[in-house]
Design a protein around this ligand. Structure first.
Ligand code: ATP
Length: 139
């Protein structure tokens, strides 16, 4: 199975994989070989893929995932490998966003964007904490 992962900014992956788990808008789901073809929207969360028996982690937010025969294509709004996440930046973003939200009415037009950015910042911290822990998958 092949995984192609791209954002509007760059291509992160074009690689052979054994499986991939992704954050769908309705929850985390897995794609194994022989999966039926389908298309789904992605939320913000952790994308995990296994290649040569080792798991790797990517923070993603938004976009779509398509399974077409042997090819899984992920077009994400943003994506970062765990090791390239600047966790301090994400922590600062979270603090800033929490303060901004405290000063923003829940029904204000910018509230949803602030909430979404807060979820991205929180997710980056969680996935960033995976950095260096890539290794043989547990069976
Ligand atoms: P910040 O407020 O920290 O700048 P942001 O919410 O503006 O974050 P996004 O709009 O989600 O960031 O993403 C903008 C770009 O910055 C994307 O290319 C994303 O991959 C990258 N990015 C954002 N935060 C981080 C981070 N903590 N570490 C590495 N790359 C990041």
């Amino acid at each position: 199975m092949r995984l192609l992962l791209v954002t509007p900014e760059r291509q992160l992956l074009d690689t052979d994989i054994e499986e991939v788990y992704a954050p769908g808008v309705l929850g985390q789901f897995g794609v194994l070989p022989e999966h039926v073809n389908f298309l789904t929207a992605l939320g913000t969360g952790e994308l995990r893929y296994r290649t040569k028996g080792a798991d790797h982690y990517v923070a993603v937010s938004g976009g779509i995932l398509e399974v077409l025969d042997d090819l899984v294509t992920v077009l994400a709004d943003t994506a970062e490998f765990a090791a390239e996440i600047d966790v301090a930046r994400a922590r600062q973003a979270e603090e800033r966003l929490k303060h901004a939200l405290a000063r923003t009415a829940a029904d204000a037009p910018e509230s949803a964007d602030l909430q979404a950015a807060l979820v991205r910042a929180s997710n980056r911290q969680a996935v960033g904490a995976r950095a260096g822990r890539t290794g043989a998958a547990a069976h």
